[in-house]
Design a protein around this ligand. Sequence first.
Ligand code: GCW
Length: 675
Amino acid sequence: MNPRPDPRTDGPSSAPSGAPFQVPGWVPGVHPAWLPPSAMRSVGRRRVQVHGDGPLVATVRAEVGQAQAHHGGAGDGPPDLVLALSPAEPPDAFAVSRAAGVTTVAAGDGAGLLYGLFHVARLGEAAFGEPFPPRAHRPAYERRMVQHWDNVDVHPVMGQVERGYAGGSLFWDDGALRADLTRAAAYARLLASVGINAVSVNNVNVHATEALLLTDRLGDVATLAEVFRPYGIRVHLSVSFAAPARDLGTADPLDPRVAAWWALATDRVYEAVPDFGGYVVKADSEGQPGPFAYGRSHADGANVLAAAIAPHGGVVHWRAFVYNHRQDWRDRGTDRARAAHDHFAPLDGQFLDNVVLQVKHGPIDFQAREPVSPVIAAMPGTRVAVELQVTQEYTGQQRHVCHLGPMWSEVLGFAPWGADGPAVAGIADGLTGVSNAGDDPFWTGHPLAQANLYAFGRLAWDPHLDPVGVLDEWIDLTFAPDTTADPGLLRGTLHAVMDDSWRTYERYTAPLGIGFMVRPGHHYGPDVDGYEYTPWGTYHFADRDGVGVDRSTATGTGFAGQYPPPWSRVYGSPRECPDELLLFFHHVPYGHVLHDGTTVIQHIYDTHFAGAEEVARMRRLWSRLPAGLVDPAVAERVAERLDEQLRSAREWRDQINTYFHRKSGVPDAHGRRIH
Ligand code: GCW
């Protein structure tokens, strides 16, 4: 083994004082998520050698030391596990092998060594069994990013964390950086253990106080960077496109004074945070300022920031979530789904190399069912990151179990040019996920929602992973089933409750891809017409004859034509369109027959009865877990949330069924109770 310096992370040291790095401890009263002491047991029981230098290697040493202190190590003698830097591996990557009783992790740099260590933890005892040849592990994407919609000040409507369902922010508390960042440090460790290497620490809606992070409050950003650095995570900042206007009275991206302003501001950022990751920008979107105010394009807008940050090696995540949120509901020609493609596809090739266009996975807004955004396939000359919403704004707000791994895996596996062409996973340059974590004792409100954060990280590392396998990893680490009285029952119950929970959620909420039907504002619970006559562009157009949005090219808004073939044809035809997206693409009569032979109206009734029943079953299964099989605090929190999920699922069922029964006058073929 030939240890070499760690080029990517040999920058600011993790321990400026020279004190050895301390692994963040378990915080009393806080659930350890997927890294309880037992998760590191296979490592901690063994003799381990760590070779190499650099801040992240120091973190690996500290992790090994802590695990051994906890599990007794294995005394003197030849090593069972060798973790070493190796010039043969690229940055972030590692290879793991086992021969002659020694398991070896050879990593390209300190980050790779850290990921290799957590990989061994995931393997558990299997890492120390039969010999196996080197297996290479390389992340699919250079940047695997979690974004926070955390406000510094408590926002009068959105609170401390916009769309946060897990208590307060891990970073900010009522206007100030938290004095105690112990939880943030433990969070960094959790994220790194699944391969996350970038985090943005404030909301994309940048309000007055948050705008100061870029300038007057850089010290706060530097402090957070110190917390994340030992785990190889770079800090990014959401900034306001209008930031220069405070000094210059303009933010026109083509004004040289504006370019100079960004260059100077960015130099100062890097003085404070030498490994700063970059900017995240929501421009011309839902009231945020942007280049349109100056008659400039989004390429002009993104490039002025990108040029300022390029010399420092930073990136700009520029969001494609640009649409008219003040449209007239009477105007059937305007289609929100079209907006991102209309705005961005013509700009392909015009963005600087360090701009990453960040595209929500669907064309509308993180609904439980949407087609994959056509923007992803339309920008071959642009770096694109797919944005996923780990926080469950539209998927039950962490009161409902809704395991999102299977949905994300479908998105990542979608092949825009048909089965012979590449899939989203291969087209994208990165994944970003809006975090679901906060200062709640379970991190995510619903303890089972931890699995969504886990799955996001794992899919950002390898988008081809099987979501059921990922859930098993999470179960093994979090619950250590093998140490319980009935491993099969525990694992089986978790799978039964979680595996299909996204489809269950879909069944009892808005039908056949139509989306929304949520209560306006907070977006929890049903309200079929809640958004129907609003300016937000999210309509279902139900009348006595039928429901759905005609987005075909032949007779509708033409959105289906934004896809390449075969999807432009498939989505454009009510006959070929997949059932689950029928109402997203077509307005059809209630009697329209789906591929499975049922009518649309009967499908609505059937799925809503079935979805609510499925939740009742989930709740029953959970209540049958014998006491002691899971931590009582977890058992109780999950039980409470399942009670609420059942109440809410029945509310959804009854409102949706009643609404469509009254509209259509068509009775349920099975004569079930509709109100
Ligand atoms: O889903 C919507 C949310 C907004 C959010 C916006 C966005 C941060 O309702 O709260 O704002 O998307 O993604 O910018």
